[in-house]
Structures are given as C-alpha cells and as structure tokens.
Design a protein around this ligand. Structure first.
Ligand code: NBP
Length: 474
C-alpha cells in the first residue's frame, strides 16, 4: 500500500501540514525541490507517523495511492505553476492536485480550467492559522469541483481545527471560491488588526496609558464580547518586556507595518465589484502610510496638530464599545464582499458556513463568529449583518460611545481611519436620502451623463448651457 496523500513544498507551512496529516494516521509522501528540507523533516519528525520521503517528483508520484492526492505548499505565484507543469506528465486522469498556499483566486480559476483539460482535478484550498494552525489544526477553505474535493474530504476535515465537534473545514464552492474566501478572511484580519491598533493608539495617546496598562485592558476585554485570538495575543504582545532595554517590546518595535498582499487583493477585488469595504481598505492604506517612516519623521517636525487635551473618565470603556461596533461593520463589509463575489462568479458560497469554519484554527477566530453564524442561521439570505437584530442592537447600544471616541480622536489629532470610516459607512448605510443627487446633477452638467428622478420613471438631462429645460434622455 502506498501513501494516501503527498505534500510537496516543505517550508514551514508544508512541513507542519505533513506532520499534522501523519499524526492523524494517514500515510503521507513528502517532497521538496531542495532535498535538505525533506531530510530534515524525516530526521526530526519521522517518528510522528508514516512518512515516505521522496527525492524526485517521479519518486513522489510513484509513492501515492490512486487517485493520487497531492498538496502543493510552495510559494504562491509562478512556483505553483512550475510545480503543476512538472506534475502533469506524471499524473493520470482523475488525480487531484490541491494548492494549499495563498494563491490569488484568479490563478486558481485558471488552474482549475487548465487541469480539467488534462482530466486532472484541482482544488484551491485556503489554509489559515499560520505555522501553528498547520500543525495543530488550521481552518481550511477548499474550492474547486465538488468531485475533486470529495476524495480529500476525510483527510482535510480530520486535520482541521475542531470546534464543538465540528471541523473547521467545509466545501466552499467551485473554482476560485476557496482561495477567494481565504483572501477575504485575510482582508478582514487586516481590518481587525488595524482596529485593535487604533484602540491601542487611543489608549496610549488620548488616555495616556502605558503598554503594560493597556495589556490589562485588553485582557479584560477578552472576557467579554470582544473575546478572540487577536485580542488575546494583543494583551500578550503589549505585556512583553524587551530583554535588551527593559522597555515594553512594543515601544521598541519599528512602527512600519509590512504586508504580503492578500489585504491589497481584497481591496482591489472590492473596488472591481463596487463593494464598499472601507475598513479593510483603510487598513491597507494605514499600513502603506506607516511604511513611510522617513517622510513621517520629517512631517512630524513641520505639520502642526492640536495641542492635546483630556479624555473623560469612561473613555476606556468607550473605546471598547467603538472597537466592537467598528468590528461589526468590518465583518459586515467583508461578508458583503464575499456575497458579491459569489454572485459575480456563480459560486453559491454560504456565509453561515464561513462563520462556522472560521470559529477555530484561523487568525480571526472569535466568540463573535458564533454570533455571525447565529445571524445566518436565522436568515441565510441576510444581505448585511447590520440588519440582523442582534448586530443592529449591538451597534445601536455602542453608537454613542463610538461617536464620542471618533470625536475625541479628531479633537486630539489621533488618526483612526478604520474607526472613522466604519462609522461613516454605518451612517451612509442607514440613510434613505444621501447627497449623491448632487453628484448626478454635476455629472449631468459637465458631461451630459443624465439622471433619474425620485418622482417619475425615465432618464433625463437638463440643457444646462441652453435654456435650463429638462429633456427626456430615454
Ligand atoms: P514559502 O512561501 O516561503 O515558499 C517556500 C517553498 O516554496 C519551499 O518549499 C521552496 O522550495 C518552494 N519553491 C519555491 Br520558493 N519556488 C519553487 C519552484 N519553482 N518549484 C518548486 N518549489 C518551489 O513557504 P511557506 O511560508 O511554507 O508558505 C507556503 C504557502 O502557504 C504560501 O502560499 C504562503 O503564502 C502560504 N502561507 C500561509 C500562511 C497562513 O497563515 N495560512 C502562513 C504562511 C504561509 P525550496 O525549499 O527548494 O526553496
């Protein structure tokens, strides 16, 4: 008997995924372009399960039971295509390739179609949870033809995180659906982290608290509605003392946020779909601004701001409420984007399934996701999370504090792009009449772009440069 599955690409993610598979009792073949990684895996962890090391792709493919199931865990982009190209001549009809990296969903759509021409199946599986998740149980978002997923379902659900006996792995939809929702998950993660960073900034620069004091605040917050992996580790990072200087580590970490691209991809797709995901987009822009350290340092000596001031005694609780309300908006936007993409590409993604499989294993795991799951259980067709009774009440209850925090931030000159844009989205969304009427009027004036009226059907144009008469433009 051969191996039930193979993993090629044994850097941190692939290695840990292979160990996770082996620890669950599935015989696994392992391969890496550079032999040393394969040797190291066997040397250090070979006793954890039934591994078959392979030092060429031919040997790797020959070690697998049929239909062959191969997980590719190499760097996203050209390396994935290179591995697929080398695999194709070695495989037989019905074999399955699973790409577990952070591939762009458009690449996955292309690969599903290309491999189908060779009678091969392709599953684009988003895998979240980082290094630790890959080893101990990630959240897995497989997309592609359903018949390609079924033969790997048993293994993927076994190695995924489990919450209340439910695996954090479920079929998402055809072609690029799995990688799309993984991308959107990362986008939401960007927004979540930006909101946390803004709360930290306000507690530092408005409330005047130190990092260890803020760590305690986050610890308390983690006992309430905000309970989540990110809030928990925020407390840990803020409480950590730098051994070299004796200062809080966060005070000596350079304030330039890096990014690998999934947040930017989410924002780009949102722009293409016309979905206002302001919190995610602001998070991407905030990282971009943070990276301009030299310019900011110079500007800090040139550009004046407010003199400062005091905050009210309930400010810390107000920041907590503002964080929660902004987070609801960020998730509402992220889920709205997934729905829009699902409609655009015909994927039929179930938002409730996402909330279920994101409860464990992944970076955005949170108590909050149970609330989202409940909302979609109540109404699977819910168009926006803010319209669910629970979330409507939660945001309504927080809105006075939310407005106060944004007002204070503006007065004190503390930038809160995600808090503020989430509030602006909320106010824009809950309004029947907005100022877009003027935009349409302006567009008609300079470009004869026409407008529709509130009081009768049809398309109209005003002869602005003539006698100001309105004419039908139907
Ligand atoms: P990397 O993204 O750092 O990629 C390194 C692996 O790619 C090595 O095995 C390397 O082989 C292989 N590789 C490259 Br580079 N070019 C290749 C080529 N042309 N042919 C064959 N192999 C090639 O690894 P990672 O950090 O383990 O991440 C793997 C995937 O998982 C990525 O898509 C990444 O974005 C994603 N990821 C996800 C998370 C998460 O939280 N879900 C975290 C980290 C990464 P070599 O050893 O011979 O150089």
């Amino acid at each position: 008997m051969g191996s039930q599955i193979g993993v090629t690409g044994l850097a941190v993610m692939g290695q840990n995924l292979a160990r996770n598979i082996a620890r669950h009792g599935f015989p696994v073949a392992v391969h890496n372009r550079t032999e040393s990684r394969t040797k190291q895996l066997i040397e250090h962890h070979g006793s954890e399960g039934d591994f078959t090391p392979a030092y060429s792709l031919e040997e790797f493919v020959a070690a697998l039971d049929r239909p062959r199931r191969i997980i590719i865990m190499v760097k996203a982009g050209a390396p994935v295509d290179a591995v697929i190209k080398d695999l194709i001549p070695l495989l037989d009809a019905g074999d399955i390739i699973i790409d577990g990296g952070n591939s762009h969903y458009a690449d996955t759509r292309r690969r599903v179609a290309e491999l189908a021409e060779h009678d091969l199946h392709f599953v684009g599986a988003g895998i979240s949870g980082g290094e630790e998740g890959a080893l101990l149980g990630p959240s897995i978002m497989p997309g592609g033809p359903r018949e390609a997923y079924e033969p790997v379902e048993q293994i993927l659900t076994a190695i995924a995180a489990q919450v209340d006996g439910t695996p954090c792995c479920a079929y998402i939809g055809p072609d690029g659906a799995g990688h799309y929702v993984k991308m959107a998950h990362n986008g939401i993660e960007y927004a979540d982290m930006q909101l946390i960073a803004e709360a930290y900034d306000l507690l530092t620069h408005a409330a005047g608290l130190s990092a260890p004091e803020i760590a305690q605040v986050f610890e308390q917050w983690n006992e309430g509605d905000l309970e989540s992996f990110l809030i928990e580790i925020t407390a840990k990072v803020l409480a950590h003392t730098d051994a070299a200087t004796g200062k809080p580590l966060v005070d000596v970490i350079l304030d330039q946020a890096e990014q690998k691209g999934t947040g930017r991809w989410t924002a780009q797709s949102a722009l293409e779909l016309g979905v206002p995901v302001t919190a995610i987009t602001e998070a991407v822009f905030a990282r971009a601004l943070s990276s301009r350290k030299d310019e900011r340092t110079k500007a800090s000596t040139i550009l004046p701001g407010p003199a400062g001031g005091k905050v009210e005694s309930d400010f810390v609780d107000a920041v907590r409420d503002a964080l929660y309300a902004s987070k609801v908006v960020a998730y509402a936007q992220g889920f709205e984007q997934i729905r829009a993409a699902s409609n655009e590409y015909g994927w039929d993604v179930e938002p409730g399934t996402l909330a279920t499989i994101w409860r464990g294993g992944c970076i955005i795991r949170a108590r909050f996701l149970n609330r989202i799951k409940d909302a979609y259980d109540r109404d699977p067709e819910l168009s926006n999370l803010l319209l669910d009774d629970y979330f409507r009440d939660a945001v309504a209850g927080a809105q006075d504090a939310w407005r106060k925090v944004v007002r204070t931030a503006v007065e004190l000159g503390v930038p809160t792009p995600a808090f503020s844009s989430a509030l602006a989205y909320y106010d824009g969304f809950r309004r029947e009449h907005g100022p877009a009427s003027l935009i349409q009027g302006l567009r008609d004036y300079f470009g004869a772009h026409t407008y529709r009226r509130t009081d009768r059907d049809g398309v109209f144009h005003t002869l602005w440069s003539e006698d100001g008469r309105e004419v039908s433009a139907d």
